[in-house]
Design a protein. Structure first.
Ligand code: CAA
Length: 258
């Protein structure tokens, strides 16, 4: 049994965080299992990845408080780096990653969802960065990604107050893209993944990289990133196929990820 179950459905893969006895909290073993599963994703055939949590109650309820409780300063830095390195790996995967948030996304769980390209949530989802109430700061990217996603003011309020927010408020502040009834969450995520999987994978990967890299840069540099990503698409089979299909008024396109 793995703490990160992996399932492939056609060109879409689903990772289910699977430690329901602790609401899928992230201890070192869970992080190692997630890392191994991410490394094993076949990037040639999988066109979109969905991350969700086992059970009906929780996506991921944070980093494991029991494991963290006895850490020294040096061990705290190392634990933060372990999570940060893994979440950065997820963020920079050359395929889109959707977080299907099916309940609590607290601390490291909120941070895992933010390392994904976007989040869709069930009506019972709860987001929060409760760390300051535990005497620590967010350590798996929360101080950085939350501020980039919802703005520094809203991120500071969430982190300083350690107040959890429900799905509708997460939607209002732009933390999630949509909220659906719990029993429709996976179908909704798979529908979006299916729409992504129909498009040219190299173009999608280039768009992801251009957005992720460009958003941190001044506009001139960001535009240069876009120009190179755009230009490199013209070396691909799939650009020729996509444009020929349009010009020939063909509906079916044969994108081969080359
Ligand atoms: N770490 C370890 N165990 C956890 C956990 C966590 N983050 N969250 C839940 N669990 C465990 C509980 O200890 C409990 O285990 P036992 O049955 O063995 O007692 C089990 O999961 C079920 O949890 P509850 O009984 O507490 O369930 P509840 O429905 O009453 O409450 C909850 C749910 C509000 C999510 C509550 O469990 C909770 O507040 N959890 C902690 C959330 C949190 O603070 N997360 C942030 C961690 S810090 C962090 O993530 C740092 C970072 O950035 C890297």
């Amino acid at each position: 049994m793995s703490f990160a179950e992996y399932e492939v459905k056609d060109m879409i893969a689903v990772i289910t965080m699977n430690r329901p006895s602790a609401l899928n909290a992230l201890n070192s073993e869970v992080l190692d299992d997630l890392n191994a599963v991410i490394d094993a994703v076949d990037l040639k055939t999988i066109r979109c990845l969905i991350i969700t949590g086992a059970g009906e109650k929780s996506f991921v309820a944070g980093a494991d408080i029991g494991e963290m409780s006895a850490l020294t300063k040096e061990e705290g830095i190392a634990f933060s780096k372990k999570g940060n390195d893994l979440f950065r790996k997820i963020e920079t995967l050359p395929i889109p990653v959707i977080a299907a948030v099916n309940g609590y996304a607290l601390g490291g769980g909120c941070e895992l969802s933010m390392a994904c390209d976007f989040r869709i949530a069930s009506e019972n989802a709860v987001f929060g960065q409760p760390e300051t109430g535990l005497g620590i700061t967010p350590g798996f990217g929360g101080t950085q990604r939350l501020a980039r996603l919802i703005g520094a003011g809203a991120a500071k309020q969430m982190i300083y107050t350690a107040r959890n927010i429900k799905a509708d408020e997460a939607m209002r502040i732009g933390l999630v893209n949509s909220v659906v009834p719990a029993d429709q969450l996976m179908a909704a995520a798979e529908k979006i993944a299916g729409q992504i999987a129909k498009n040219a994978p190299i173009a999608v990967a280039n768009a992801k990289a251009a957005i992720n890299e460009g958003i941190q840069k001044p506009m001139e540099e960001a535009e240069s990133i876009e120009e190179h990503r755009f230009g490199s698409c013209f070396e691909t089979h799939d650009q020729k196929e996509g444009m020929s299909a349009f010009l020939e008024k063909r509906k079916d396109k044969n994108f081969i990820n080359q």
